[in-house]
Design a protein around this ligand. Structure first.
Ligand code: AMP
Length: 413
């Protein structure tokens, strides 16, 4: 295990970190700090609680303190974008704590409060600006700020940004940045949308992936059913009929499948509701509240819609469709077995999802135990290899009797 001193951090930072009581770097810190000090771009997959803020803040502070300062009014040298004002405020606080023995200036701007004090702080000239996208764009449009002096750009919680509909704002902001810069993107999951955004942002990045806390994943009983696509509905109904399934989330890849599954359950007399990107914020909040209170027993959700849900007492996670990214599997199943309780994660794997399961097993370093229910078990799914184990390539869809809409790309989640 590395120490902070081995990460080539300068004394004023080591002192601040020590005063915070940090003994050793967390894995994301151990893996990111040196490459970031060297100026590399970073694509990090990590959740809150992993120490990700210090992982990018410490090298940023060090780089700023080591490089000659170019004084420009209203032009920060570092821009950190965060999806919410709470997170922006938290990052800003961390910068103050870690940078207390350096002469680096920083400020935070976000919406919902008067902009005048923020404008005033900017006009004094600052090194690091932490901002939420909406307020930053307002101030950019009013020419209270310019981004042509940005040397380092951080996009924190990129998945949440996309979920909250900030993509257009983010693209506008990125277009104002100088092309020559260091870029850092952090996200709890690497959804295809996040990967697409990352491609436009980071160049030759180092990749760091921190799976959610191990203890959590280990207290989850994971199992998989190999089942033909057409038999998934019937299997799902059978499973949720079990009274030990007290509070469950069923995950699907696509919005229309979430709707279909929710209807299936409702017609069978099970209290279910769906949340996904096509539902209004009001409808999502109402469904979540009903789920929290136990009025809805089975929540059907797509990954993006389910992000950030933290509800106690979830007994079962059911992967009606396997995620395409293994990190997403870990993220999904982490919703159960909170606070030491035993949780169950049950996955359905059809023939064309076989390779997704293989990728998941490699990622979690274990084989997921197979339930061979004679009424449902499909040997074809279990033994699928090669082209049969994956969704057909884009051009072939339809020829093999798959739904016209295909998987993934053409459907936003
Ligand atoms: P974050 O993932 O950035 O939200 O950080 C989660 C929490 O971990 C914060 O309260 C940090 O103060 C704390 N933290 C960050 N790095 C370390 C470390 N190396 N050792 C102990 N705690 C840390």
């Amino acid at each position: 295990m590395k120490s902070f001193a081995e990460l080539q951090l300068i004394e004023p930072l080591l002192r601040a970190v020590k005063e915070e009581g940090y003994l050793v770097p967390t894995p994301i810190q151990a893996q990111s700090i040196i490459p970031l000090l060297e100026g590399r771009d970073l694509l990090g997959c990590a959740q809150t609680g992993t120490g990700k803020t210090a992982a990018f803040t410490l090298p940023i502070l060090q780089r700023l303190s080591e490089q000659k300062k170019i004084e420009l009014r209203n032009a920060p040298r570092v821009l950190i974008l965060a999806p919410t004002r709470e997170l922006a405020a938290q990052i800003s606080q961390s910068i103050k704590v870690y940078g207390k023995y350096l002469h680096i200036t920083s400020t935070v701007i976000f919406g919902g409060v008067g902009q005048q004090p923020q404008v005033h702080a900017l006009s004094r000239g600052i090194d690091i600006l932490v901002a939420t996208p909406g307020r930053l764009l307002d101030l950019l449009n009013q020419r209270h700020i310019r981004l042509d002096g940005v040397e380092i750009f951080v996009l924190d919680e990129a998945d949440r940004m996309l979920d909250m509909g900030f993509i257009i704002d983010i693209k506008k902001i990125i277009s104002r940045l100088p092309p020559k810069r260091q870029s850092i993107l952090l996200s709890a999951t690497l959804e295809p949308e996040v990967v697409a955004l990352a491609r436009t942002l980071v160049h030759d990045p180092i990749h760091v992936t921190i799976p959610p806390k191990k203890e959590t994943v280990e207290s989850i009983q994971q199992s998989v059913y190999f089942v033909d696509k057409g038999r998934k509905d019937s299997l799902l109904l059978k499973l949720v009929a079990d009274p030990t399934v007290k509070r469950a989330i069923v995950f699907t890849q696509m919005k229309h499948v979430a709707n279909k599954v929710s209807l299936l359950l409702t017609h069978a007399g099970i209290r279910a509701g769906a949340i996904h990107g096509n539902k209004s914020q009001g409808s999502r909040t109402a469904t979540l509240e009903a789920f929290r209170r136990g009025v809805v027993r089975v929540l059907v959700a797509t990954d993006i819609a389910a992000r950030g849900i933290d509800i106690e007492g979830i007994t079962h996670i059911i992967n009606y469709e396997l995620p395409t990214m293994p990190e997403t599997y870990v993220h999904r199943i982490g919703r159960t077995a909170r606070a030491g309780a035993q949780g169950h994660a049950i996955s359905f794997c059809s023939e064309t999802e076989r390779d997704y399961l293989r990728a998941i097993e490699r990622f979690v370093h274990r084989q997921i135990s197979v339930v061979r229910d004679p009424s449902y078990h499909s040997d074809a799914a279990m033994h699928a290899t090669g082209a049969a184990a994956r969704p057909p390539p884009k051009g072939n869809r339809g020829h093999r009797g798959f739904r016209k809409t295909g998987r993934g790309q053409r459907h936003r989640r």
